[in-house]
Design a protein around this ligand. Structure first.
Ligand SMILES: [Fe+2]
Length: 243
């Protein structure tokens, strides 16, 4: 399996506080069956202004050295959507896609502040990117307007549902919404959004088993293996106008 969303880097955001915990998280992910983990610290959040693509890349290399070969770690970010996001597509060093691909993991404002998500998805697709909306089941405004999620998907965005939501570990509302998105075929992939060893730990296997039980093995393969692999395989367009 591939985990496309997790806060595995030590001391950068609200993920693990130290290297030992970060290493332990990586080991848990590997034991759970994740061969590849894209580490995605919060980027463009006011709480952690010092997080940058360059700092993430350096921290990923250091963590991989400490962990050893498995799991394979790739650099990414959970990019907070704000009014400057589209302008920064052309600014060198400001954005970081998932593992060098054309997929950008986006954290929408929970209350819908910032750019219209349908327009944003359209603009990003036109610019050659694939927007991946992180945990729509935890983004309240997406549930308030009928048909909004469908329009975002029609505009070209992908939806990442969180494993803990499917298992009911993030509340009843999140579970119901996550299962609706999976059942309706709107969810593209499932990721852990791991933050620690005890609180929000890594691991996809239990959610994968639940999806396979409810929707069949083929659906589980799609959400946990094929869809994330396909996203990582799409090479990124040039960032910041670089060749
Ligand atoms: Fe996250």
């Amino acid at each position: 399996m591939i985990d496309l969303h997790g806060h595995y880097l030590p001391g950068l955001d609200d993920g693990p506080a130290d290297l030992a915990t970060a290493v332990a998280m990586c080991r848990l992910a590997a034991e759970d069956g994740c061969g590849t983990v894209v580490v995605t610290p919060h980027l463009r959040r006011d709480e952690w202004p010092e997080v940058s693509p360059a700092r993430i890349a350096a921290a990923v290399a250091a963590l991989q050295a400490a962990v050893g070969p498995a799991p394979q770690l790739l650099a990414g970010a959970e990019i907070r959507v704000d009014s400057e996001l589209l302008a920064d597509l052309d600014a060198p060093g400001k954005l970081l896609p998932l593992g060098g691909s054309r997929a950008l993991l986006l954290e929408l404002d929970p209350w819908g502040l910032g750019p219209d998500p349908v327009e944003l998805a359209r603009e990003l697709r036109l610019a050659g990117w694939i927007p991946v909306v992180a945990h729509p089941e935890h983004t309240p405004f997406l549930g308030e307007e009928a048909g909004l999620v469908e329009r975002i998907v029609e505009a070209g965005a992908r939806l990442q549902v969180t494993a803990a939501s499917l298992l009911g570990e993030a509340g009843r509302w999140a579970r119901e919404r996550a299962r609706e998105l999976v059942d309706a075929g709107l969810a593209t992939l499932v990721a852990s959004d791991a933050h620690g060893v005890d609180w929000r730990p890594p691991g996809l296997a239990r959610a994968r088993a639940e999806v396979a039980r409810a929707g069949g093995e083929e659906r589980a393969v799609q959400l946990f293996d094929e869809a994330p692999a396909a996203l990582l395989a799409a090479p990124a367009p040039p960032l910041g106008g670089a060749a």
